[in-house]
Design a protein around this ligand. Sequence first.
Ligand SMILES: Nc1ncnc2c1ncn2[C@@H]1O[C@H](COP(=O)(O)OP(=O)(O)OP(=O)(O)O)[C@@H](O)[C@H]1O
Length: 724
Amino acid sequence: MPHLAFDIGFCTELHKLQADVKKGVFDAWQRFQVRTLTQLLADPGLHIEKLRNARDPHIRTIRITGFWRGVVLAPESGDTFVLLKVLPHDKAIAWGVKQRSSINTVTRAVELRDAATLDQLTPPHEEKTEAPSESRLLAHVSDGELASLGIDADTIRRARTLTDKEQLEAFAPFFPPDQCEVLQYLAERISVEEVWRELVAHRVPAGGTGAVDETDYDTAIRHTVSRILLVTASEELHDILDKPFSAWRIFLHPSQRRIAYRPSYSGPAQVSGGPGTGKTVVALHRVKHLLAHLRDDERILLTTYTNALVTSLRSGLTALVDDEQLRDRVDVMTVDAFASRVLTTAPGQPHRRAIGGAEEERRWTRAAEAVQYPGSAQFLAQEYKHVVLAQDLRSREAYEAADRAGRGSRLTPALKPHTWRAFEAFTSGLEADELRTYLQTSAEAARVLTDNDTGTGPPYRHVVIDEAQDLHPAQWRLLRAAVPARPDDLFIAGDPHQRIYDSKVSLKALGIKVVGRSTRMRKNYRSTQEILAWSTALLLGRPIDELADTATAESLLGYRSALRGTGPALHAATDEATELDALADRCREWIDSGVNPSDIGIATRFKKTGDAALARLTAAEIPARRLRARASDPDDAVSIGTMHAFKGLEFRCVAVIGVHDGALPFPRAITPEDLDRLQHEADLLAERCLLFVACTRARDGLYVSWSGEPSSFLTEAGVRVSPA
Ligand SMILES: Nc1ncnc2c1ncn2[C@@H]1O[C@H](COP(=O)(O)OP(=O)(O)OP(=O)(O)O)[C@@H](O)[C@H]1O
């Protein structure tokens, strides 16, 4: 029976089509379902038409409505057609004649390239390229190696003319996308073996040996799972046409699919990668995979750091897993919420409210005063967090004997008992008021779960963790205790470059070993390359510890996006009032150009700057609300939140405001160097990462502003900061 399949290029532009055009697509698909190939070819309603002067005889057009045509790949053998694009009549023909399809002899997948534009681009390059062959972009890779990675002779010839990455970027939109990705990796000097492992190996279909029949499109279409969608049921097609299309649900990159749908990992597994590389997407697909194999009495915990992220994970899960009963077997909550649930449901546990932030700081000041501590309250708080809670020390003796590696302050043995007394003053004060800090809650919950006498044991079969980079050892211990040590116990997604709290963790030291089960992703799906390159410059040259083991550094090598657009717009204002006026103008411009207010996010270092922005936008009659919206807030409104709260989220357009000296880095967030040198450096890095996180939330538009002197993070990154 004939089929009409859908190419990723058509799917990702679906949102641009009007309802009558979508209906035309549905009707065309239905004709394929009920007619024979001979009937289809003769069907005047479908009007399958060859194109004059086409680069490829397989490319034809079909009728969608009176005015709109679909460009299809119509193979000579087999009866599956692929809808590549839907455009107004003349544009469809103009686009269709330029395309050429082929079958890749390594991946066995169907590929498409804009052959006409490549021909226009290549001759001038061939003539212009006087650079000696050894200084060309891909001189370090032989033709044989390129061919082994699936680069065909035509692409090799063109790629050999390139002298730098900018030229490759000019060719990129016209090359077959999978081949182009290989070239981009090689241009970043990633080794042939690594490119094979990361990109090509898992594109090769199982049993993919022997000669490839380059005319057998029917088989090749079935091999092209990461780009071509075969729809068999009309409800499924309605779903795709009617709901906002989310490519991530269907077209996983082969490297994402390999990680998410690997049948089983023998122990904890980890996926890392820069912002927007699809770690959350992979975590969600992993949950889907695990759900398919879950026994009746088993459950999954999907956990992350903030409430806003819990909301977005829940909606992602709803989009991915249709079956509500299956979804109900996944608890989605923050680690803090899980910790308090463990304690409230455990028998005999006293009820205590969890505190943090300013309330915790005040109590440290009181504890220091109570024991007349000679050092600062800040030192005590950090020592308690990074030594006592991190190592789960429960007695003075244990503390006195503990290794303080990682702390950059000296503490004489004579002062340790006094320090312990301050800890006791702090904890007994909390106990008297029926309080606990958030981290104490996690530490206590981990004890409850692991207590052999009273413990309830691990409540989950699988734990999937997103935004793992900021978790404290006490929280890791809790998550470790939440699941028995078995294959597929922990699945961890995180990015050390987005560490914005001061929790430094060596998973290895906590007994969570991911060696051999750890993968890094490099392709950014969120932001334009321009936004990405600009944001990455904020971090360049700063070594970032890996998640698994703090002794090795993680890099952003090869981290890139296929999306193109404009770079960030920068605005230097003289004072906050004019900065906010400029912000209102910018939001108005975005909205006037067709961006929905709900697709705009404004990130600030401080809540009070956000409040001022909210007031200014409201005065300008631009609908706006805080990130944690109230029921009374407008629906389609600009979201305003602190940079910390923006973690893990994304918006089409993002304004990062108040990026001035004294705000980033924020002096109060930086431990003085003379108090603790290592902590001082870690705090500075966390502030730098915070700006990086805020900027990498943007998909198409990034706007960064400041008043007065710009942040040193901008000047150090070489950003031009002269007043507008
Ligand atoms: N295979 C894919 N196809 C299309 N879009 C994708 C794909 N994978 C991810 N995306 C999109 O890329 C964006 C970023 O994905 P995601 O949030 O999973 O990245 P992340 O690595 O968790 O980011 P961050 O670390 O910045 O929070 C999302 O809009 C997601 O839908």
